[in-house]
Ligand binder design. Sequence first.
Ligand SMILES: NC(=O)c1ccc[n+]([C@@H]2O[C@H](COP(=O)([O-])OP(=O)(O)OC[C@H]3O[C@@H](n4cnc5c(N)ncnc54)[C@H](OP(=O)(O)O)[C@@H]3O)[C@@H](O)[C@H]2O)c1
Length: 377
Amino acid sequence: MSPFRTVCLRIAPLCGRSLAAVLFRHFGHRDAKFSHLSQSAGGRSQALLYRSHGEPSSVVRLENVDLPSVGVKDVLVRVMAAPINPSDINMIQGTYSILPDLPAVGGNEGVAQVVEVGPQVKSLKPGDWVIPKDAGLGTWRTEAVLSEDDVISLPTDIPLLSAATLGVNPCTAFRMLTDFEDLKPGDSVIQNAANSGVGQAVIQIAASRGLKTINIVRDRTEFPALSDRLKAIGASHVITEETLRRPEMKELFKMCPRPKLALNGVGGKSATELLRHLQVGGSLVTYGGMAKQPVTVPVSALIFKDVKLRGFWVTKWKKDHSYDGRKFRVMLDELCSLIHEGKLTPPTCTEVPLQDYHRALDAAMQPFTSTKHVLVM
Ligand SMILES: NC(=O)c1ccc[n+]([C@@H]2O[C@H](COP(=O)([O-])OP(=O)(O)OC[C@H]3O[C@@H](n4cnc5c(N)ncnc54)[C@H](OP(=O)(O)O)[C@@H]3O)[C@@H](O)[C@H]2O)c1
């Protein structure tokens, strides 16, 4: 069992058998879509396919696939941009909690433009921008025929990179800042991996709500420039993992209240250090395991601080709210309002043409890059 799965076990309800069964059915449905991709001829599309699990640069290939004709409730979309996220890499490696049947098209998020709609499509029209409602759609391709129900529209007047990167990381940040603690202006939140896509969204959404953020990043020679960049988007404090362990943290808490909420995308020692700084009764929410190390909880944090340990998975949240899309719509509308107001910008991105996918996949797996690689079609 991989260390990543060890982290997952700590949020056991999310990895339980019943959810796996639900997701298996979901992917079964999607693979039906994939198999009809290769059946009939409504045109051709290029897609980044993997036929076996392994290192992305070895197993992912750009292939031509036939498009089916557009069904009565289907839409033909042209994908414009799709990021490479850590979960996309883990899916290809075969180490993620949910895996599609193979062959599969890579990519779980991205923005596409509707080109054609079937006669019974009610919610979309040509020209609309759409993003996937759920994980597993296979966004690394040029065109796709999808069910109207698989996508949700976005305004077309937001930046392309904002749209391409909105559906996963900003939604995760939004929910974690909303659903776990009753945060009021002036309260503080501490997070590691603060330069990640999630981290940059946390900084900006928190700032828009008047919350202070204590942002932890790994040390690097460009730390001053990174710190300035995160402060420019609203970070209150940016410190290194090493500083987090030092006594001078006491000085920081003279300027800023101890956090009610800690957001952990790393695991290992970093998560333990976040716990040490939480307020009594505060919550540590784990959403990622980049260090591939389990979360170790000091006994004192449980006894003397009664901290709450929680997990969050946006895929499960979307699944839980799929019966009634209103909550998802409301969240996207709020996020788009922040974008319109200039309060939520996309993460720092490097755009790479689809044909250069090898370069993009390799670069996306390098540490200390502080940039999100986005495939542009
Ligand atoms: N649970 C959910 O619903 C959910 C939703 C979205 C994302 N996620 C997870 O959240 C995490 C971040 O995703 P993202 O798209 O925001 O990432 P990203 O933009 O690709 O950034 C990756 C981040 O991970 C850090 N990192 C990489 N390796 C590390 C290590 N060994 N130790 C400590 N930090 C390390 C990087 O820091 P450096 O610059 O120092 O390399 C960077 O801050 C991933 O694990 C992803 O799967 C979970």
